[in-house]
Write a protein that binds this ligand. Structure first.
Ligand code: KIV
Length: 261
């Protein structure tokens, strides 16, 4: 069986100056593709709320949903590092519950968890790390606080972001997502913290990049943030294929001889 990527491998890549790639995955289809492409990390993101559950934001995603998806992604892969994203309400309300939820992710097959927030989440990160649970931090635009930021924006200054990043590194996070952080600040944070930074809309100087599977492959034509690069037009191609199928059925062109018994 191939060796699973570990958080130590991720740190080693950053130390060697190699870039780290992370993409979200939620099901066997996306997990297997992401692994086959040689991506380093599969994030079972709470973005499942917007990509698969038809929600406008991630707030309604439940721990139960996340465990369902994490278990499938872990089961469908052999090599990739799988990270479970703690959803809104699963770690903010009480520390014991947060611990139980992080433990549940590892029991479901994830190898680490991610949570959003700055200095205020330090105590729970310390507890998780002491209990043997690797934690990835998430600063900048934190979608679970979208009602505070009133949209996708960063509401902290350079100094506040730097302080948060240093606090999280001190608390023991093994890596840090920086979302929509201005490139220069992301570079300064990357140079300061000594742990890998993974950017999304945070410029080219982080140690790695993350994109959402459905966004980068063009499932969602109406979602066009500046940071997004679309690597294929899935929506356009799939729509074309479905329309062609409908037409062929209606015109009696499908099935042909070769599809019949
Ligand atoms: O849930 C998610 O997909 C994320 C990434 C955008 C980092 O948190």
């Amino acid at each position: 069986m191939p060796k699973r990527t570990t958080i130590r491998d991720i740190q080693a890549k950053a130390n060697d100056g190699q870039k780290i790639s992370m993409v979200t995955a939620y099901d066997a289809f996306s997990a297997k593709l992401v692994e086959e492409a040689g991506i380093d990390i599969a994030l079972v993101g709470d973005s499942v709320g917007t990509t698969l559950q038809g929600r406008n934001d991630t707030l309604g995603v439940e721990m139960e949903d996340m465990l369902y998806h994490a278990e499938i992604v872990a089961r469908s892969t052999e090599r990739i590092l799988v990270i479970g994203d703690l959803p809104f309400g699963s770690y903010q309300v009480n520390e014991d519950e947060a611990m139980q939820n992080a433990v549940a992710f590892l029991k479901a097959g994830a190898h680490a968890v991610k949570l959003e927030g700055g200095a205020s989440v330090m105590p729970i990160i310390e507890r998780m790390c002491e209990a043997g649970i690797p934690v990835m931090g998430h600063l900048g635009f934190t979608p679970q606080s979208v009602n505070i930021t009133s949209g996708p924006r960063v509401n902290k200054s350079r100094d506040e972001l730097m302080e948060d990043a240093e606090s999280l590194a001190d608390a023991g996070v093994f890596a840090l997502v920086l979302e929509m952080v201005p490139a220069k600040i992301a570079q300064e944070i990357t140079n300061a913290v000594g742990i890998p930074t993974i950017g999304i809309g945070a410029g080219a100087h982080t140690n790695g990049q993350v994109l959402v599977f459905h966004d980068m492959l063009g499932f969602s034509p109406d979602f066009n943030p500046k940071f997004l690069k679309r690597y294929m037009d899935f929506h356009g191609q799939a729509l074309g294929a479905l329309k062609q199928y409908k037409e062929e059925v209606e015109q009696g062109k499908f099935p042909g001889e070769e599809h019949s018994y």
